[in-house]
Design a protein around this ligand. Structure first.
Ligand code: HEM
Length: 456
């Protein structure tokens, strides 16, 4: 027997829980409801039922891989035209998920990270060269972080530069990607028959053109590799190309290789650029935390370029990053489904395949974090505090076997870049800026600018 779970008060016939819905800010809608309705609640929108979960106990229960696994939420299914059965958008029982996971895992080991370090430094250097030349003009933080992270994954994963810092505007790849992510987000809400394909025809066609463009970029990356070969340490593309050449049991077909490349170009930069932008936002708002982080960089790196081992030694900078991802995990939701029919400890019954959306920003504000959960405090991640908290209370990189494969890559890159910025600049935000969250499936601070001054 289904235990009743709360839902928003104003439920309309046909439309459902539509009151107060903002298609461009669905996450913030969901967080608002979670604040009043609690750790589990449901919404029905245009006949579709979504169950949201966010309590620490419930998320711990959902992390049990023997009972639950990744669920492909409608917004992720909406990305399948982009990512197909690539790692992020694959169903766990699709053969290409396991093959791709096993084949590409070696590209994320410690020794692989070591081989990317030089390139990550080179891209960070391009960022600061660009910033050195802007003078007193404020920089658009999210735009520049996006340039940096796209450049990093392009060069480390595929030896493909996007020349981002030579352009005055974003690379068209970014515009096409953001357009496709937004389209998937909004289209998830407005599906026929309620609104009808006709109304969406023009926008769908525009989106098809974006997908064609993205596929074209990827085909260019593959052609380039076929033409020029590869002589450095293995990268993502080389692992896939060699497996295909050698008839490896984990080889991926051509269509899937395309999907993996798009997946990594998108997943490999969009979330990290948001994480860097939030960290810089919070550093700009807390001069004492900024000073402490800068003092650490000075003590550990001095004025030198950091060696690989010196990145992980920036323990406090890492805490700044972690705390930014606590408040605004830039991939803010993941979904779980029951492997078999089961009943949650709260009494809610699930049939096999029934999904729940985990609202990570709400989990990260669970009372178990303390009574000042909205405050930015990197010391939450000091080892003694981490040890005293429940195990499953921090999930910016998801959970279980479908958790983020690029976690170490993102952390190495982000700490390296934050350290580079702290080493070189003092920063100041416009005192009138108020944090605004932009949602495009991932999160980004909107309109956030910084003024930089070179340290003497
Ligand atoms: C999966 C977050 C950086 C590649 C995920 C998931 C989350 C996440 C929450 C799980 C999604 C789910 O369960 O549906 C993040 C965050 C990042 C980051 C917050 C940066 C701060 C990266 C990077 C890469 C990457 C740098 C690649 C270089 C992937 C892939 C998956 C994934 C391929 C799918 C893994 C699978 O299902 O096998 N990420 N990610 N991510 N991420 Fe990341």
């Amino acid at each position: 027997q289904q235990a009743p779970i709360p839902h928003p008060r104003w439920r309309l016939p046909l439309l459902g829980d539509f009151v107060g819905t903002h298609p461009r800010a669905p996450l913030q809608d969901a967080l608002r409801h979670a604040r009043t309705l609690g750790p589990i609640y449901e919404r029905k929108i245009l006949g579709k039922r979504i169950v949201f979960a966010s309590g620490a106990d419930m998320v711990a229960e959902l992390s049990d891989e023997t009972r639950f696994r990744k669920h492909l939420a409608p917004a992720i299914v909406g990305l399948r035209p982009l990512g197909g059965d690539g790692l992020f958008t694959a169903y766990s029982d699709e053969p290409n998920w396991r093959k791709g996971h096993d084949l590409l895992r070696p590209a994320f080991t410690q020794s692989a990270m070591r081989s990317y370090h030089r390139t990550m430094l080179d891209v960070a250097k391009e960022l600061v060269q660009h910033w050195d030349n802007v003078g007193d003009t404020p920089v658009d933080v999210s735009a520049d972080m996006t340039k940096l992270t796209l450049e990093t994954i392009g060069r480390t994963g595929f030896s493909h530069p996007f020349d981002s810092f030579r352009r005055t505007t974003a690379h068209p790849f970014v515009d096409a990607m953001v357009g496709a992510l937004r389209h998937a987000q909004v289209r998830t809400f407005f599906k026929p028959p309620v609104i009808g394909d006709l109304v969406w025809r023009k926008r769908d066609l525009r989106n098809d053109a974006r997908l064609d463009y993205l596929n074209g970029v990827v085909d260019g990356v593959i052609d380039e590799r076929k033409r020029n070969g590869h002589d450095g340490p293995d990268d993502l593309l080389e692992l896939m190309m060699r497996a295909a050449r050698d008839n490896d049991p984990n080889r991926l077909d051509e269509r899937n290789i395309r999907h993996q490349i798009i997946t990594f170009l998108v997943a490999g930069h969009e979330t990290t650029s948001g994480a860097l932008s939030f960290a810089l936002y919070y550093l700009s708002q807390h001069p004492e935390i900024f000073a402490k982080a800068q003092a650490e960089v000075d003590a550990v790196w001095g004025t030198d370029e950091p060696e690989f081992e010196q990145i992980a030694k920036l323990r406090y900078v890492r805490r700044v990053l972690d705390e930014g991802l606590r408040l605004w995990p830039t991939a803010p939701v993941y979904a779980r489904e029951a492997r078999e029919e089961t009943t949650l400890e709260c009494g809610h019954h699930l049939d096999a395949g029934d999904g729940l959306l985990v609202l990570i920003p709400m989990l990260h504000r669970d009372p178990a974090w303390g009574d000042n959960v909205d405050e930015f405090d990197p010391d939450r991640f000091a080892p003694a505090n981490v040890k005293s908290r429940p195990a499953h209370i921090y999930k910016p990189f998801g959970t279980g076997e479908r958790a983020c494969i690029g976690r170490q890559f993102a952390i190495h890159e982000a700490v390296l870049v934050l350290g580079t910025i702290l080493q070189r600049y003092d920063i100041a935000a416009d005192p009138n800026y108020r944090l605004k969250i932009q949602e495009r499936l991932t999160l980004m601070p909107e309109g956030f600018e910084l003024r930089l001054s070179r340290r003497t």
